[in-house]
Design a protein. Structure first.
Length: 367
């Protein structure tokens, strides 16, 4: 079994610089786990500690049922794919893929078989006699993945493997790695700063910031139910819109008042927000939950907001509208047919059944 367990794992660098702060994380057998967060959040350090390339300061790491704190990297039965591919330039593709097996004195016929099988899976048979300089970025990445596959490890570790590829190749390789996981049925821990990669690839995603784990759940749950303002703003493209305002009550109804605009909460939210009446909170709404009123047949007057459209960005199948409320700028994601006039006022409708609220001081989700 290839479970991986991190128990109160910390990493403190010289100068008392805390990179990872008491992480507790369990990865199930055959799970595709993604560690995601901004640069410097500790995700790559966490991966390197699992790999044995970075010594932990405290805590315990288990691979399978074995505590591996003192186990050298070469004996942990893991294979790691790096951001820069780490191929030997003087070796052919075959020699690069078989290098680790040769060090372990695997018989030549078994090496040939394993390399051939991995090359078939990745579609790189024709490249086996080439040198890395003769390959494209995507081909080099496939070779790096193939070198990991031939080892048949318990756990695969990927450290931002697609960041050096162009946009089209990133999408293609993202799909290939996902298909590879389904075919190999093995445990994968994948590090990325790209939240789109995290959302599309992971069975679960672990969102990190400043060395701390902020939320661990499946991608849709993280998107629909973020635990705090950071997670809400980091997961999603475009990011969630935020406004600081006050919760007010009048005539038995509860409203969010931003200063320039005022919208009524749906009654289902009254109970959870009632303790905040008279207080400032953060209001969050995703771009796809803001509609152009021209394309809404019926809209409650309390949910209609007058804004100024400053910019629109055509994205092919949709358009991003940059809307100024007078105090805040919001992004709406609407259909490609929606082309409002620039620097003119327009009415938009908020879907108040899908909004989020965050405590001003803790930035935790109000539930």
């Amino acid at each position: 079994m290839a479970q991986v367990s991190l128990r109160d794992v910390c990493k403190v660098f010289p100068g008392n610089i805390s990179a990872v702060d008491s992480i507790n994380l369990g990865i199930e057998n055959k799970e595709f786990m993604v560690l995601v967060g901004p640069s410097g959040c500790g995700k790559s350090t966490t991966l390197r500690m699992i790999a044995g390339l970075e010594e932990i300061s405290s805590g315990d790491i288990y691979i399978g049922n074995k505590r591996v704190n003192e186990v050298p990297a070469k004996d942990r039965d893991i294979a790691m794919v790096f951001q820069n591919y780490a191929l030997y330039p003087h070796m052919t593709v075959f020699e690069n893929m078989s290098f680790g097996l040769r060090l372990r004195h695997i018989p030549k016929n078994e090496i040939a078989q394993r390399v051939s099988e991995a090359a078939d899976i990745l579609g790189i048979n024709r490249l086996l006699n080439r040198k890395p300089r003769e390959l494209s970025g995507g081909e080099r990445q496939r070779v790096a993945v193939g070198r990991a596959i031939v080892r048949k490890p318990m756990v695969f570790l990927f450290d931002e493997p697609l960041s050096n590829l162009d946009a089209k190749m990133r999408v293609q390789m993202r799909t290939e790695i996902h298909k590879l996981h389904i075919r190999l049925q093995t445990t994968i821990i994948y590090v990325t700063h790209d939240q789109v990669e995290a959302m599309t690839m992971g069975d679960r995603i672990a969102v990190m910031k400043d060395g701390n784990l902020h939320q661990l759940a499946d991608p849709i749950d993280v998107y629909d139910h973020p635990k705090n303002k950071f997670v809400a703003g980091f997961i999603g493209s475009p990011p969630m819109n935020f406004m600081l305002g006050r919760i007010i009550k009048k005539e038995g109804k509860i409203y969010f008042d931003e200063g320039k605009i005022q919208v009524k909460l749906v009654e289902d939210m009254y109970k959870k927000i009632s303790n905040y009446v008279g207080k400032e909170i953060f209001f969050g709404i995703r771009s796809e939950d803001i509609y152009d009123k021209l394309f809404v047949s019926e809209a409650p007057p309390e949910n209609i907001v007058r804004v100024n459209c400053e910019v629109f960005e055509p994205m092919g199948s949709e358009v991003y509208l940059y809307l100024n409320t007078g105090k805040h700028t919001l992004i709406a994601r609407v259909g490609a047919h929606d082309r409002p006039k620039i620097n003119q006022e327009m009415d938009v409708v908020f879907d108040m059944s899908k909004v989020h609220f965050f405590d001003k001081n803790t930035e935790e989700t109000i539930v």
